[in-house]
Design a binder for this molecule. Structure first.
Ligand SMILES: N[C@H](CCC[C@H](N)C(=O)O)C(=O)O
Length: 271
């Protein structure tokens, strides 16, 4: 069957979007891997399927499949692309909610054509932990789940880090077994300003941006470096993402990820 798709990117984290409201496509892992393959397919970090909600608590639902063929609970940059995709198809849908594996997420239009995603409230926050890495038997690390799990390592210079080899060592560390973790290297570049490079689970390389990773970095910076909302974050693509949040000193709520989302091209795939 020929299926229309839209290729999108948010801060150069890229996705294939499919309107699956009527089609009811169920992609096998092999099909998803092939579609995401940058040489044999469309090429993307993952696939986002727009589906009907299964509850009356949300407007829509998505299925998010990463380029390794597995589903993941949440994706911040993908959520902004999803927001733009739904709005492009249904002009009245500027603001809406959708079901994800990490709960109901909401989308809102933001200034400059940007899109704001309200991420799930951070959970499992663990500060000042240590793990044994080959470079340092007691490497300081923080952790937060902002929809998906994120390890946070503060470094002096993100550009001096071998993100793939160090990231992979943390991602597969038995400290985070069995599900593993995404890994973010974080540099303080000014008051309420960070630079972040991310190794992503499921993609298994450095991606050019990771929205939930940026949010996890920011909330750890709120505790460890007295950061306050709003925080601006430079990512590997050169784009800047903004995080706003409420913080009562114990709990973070209303964590918003704000940034661009763009359609790059459309086409058809055989499914
Ligand atoms: N790129 C995503 C995260 C995808 C999640 C995934 N890599 C995992 O947890 O397995 C983001 O912008 O938030």
């Amino acid at each position: 069957m020929k299926v229309p798709f839209t290729k999108m990117q948010g801060a150069a984290n890229d996705f294939v979007l499919i309107d699956n409201r009527m089609l009811s496509i169920v992609l096998t892992p092999e099909q998803a891997i092939r579609i995401c393959d940058r040489y044999r397919g469309v090429g993307a970090a993952g696939i986002l399927l727009w589906e009907k909600s299964t509850t009356n608590l949300a407007d829509w639902k998505w299925t998010f499949i990463q380029c390794d063929g597995d589903t993941a609970a949440m994706c911040g940059n993908g959520a902004r692309c999803f927001g733009k995709f739904v709005h492009t198809n249904l002009q009245n849908q500027d603001d809406f909610t959708f079901e994800t594996g990490a709960g109901i997420v909401s989308i809102a239009a933001a200034p400059n054509n940007y899109i704001s995603v309200t991420l799930p409230n951070p959970k499992d926050v663990k500060l000042h932990d240590t793990i044994a890495l080959s470079s340092n038997p007691a490497t300081p690390v923080h952790f937060a789940n902002t929809g998906v799990p994120h390890a946070i390592l503060y470094v002096d210079d993100v550009n001096a880090i071998d993100v793939v080899s160090l990231g992979r060592e943390v991602r597969y560390h038995n400290h985070y077994a069995p599900h593993g973790t995404n890994v973010n290297f974080v540099q303080i570049i000014g008051p309420n300003q960070l630079a972040v490079r991310s190794y992503e689970r499921g993609v298994e390389v450095e991606t050019l941006a990771c929205g939930t990773g940026v949010a996890a970095a920011v909330i750890t910076a709120a505790r460890t470096h007295q950061f306050t909302s709003p925080v601006r974050v430079q990512v590997a693509s050169g784009d800047e993402l903004e995080i706003t949040f409420d913080d009562d000193g114990t709990q973070f709520t209303n964590v918003h990820l704000i940034g661009p989302a763009e359609i790059t091209f459309t086409g058809e795939i055989d499914v």
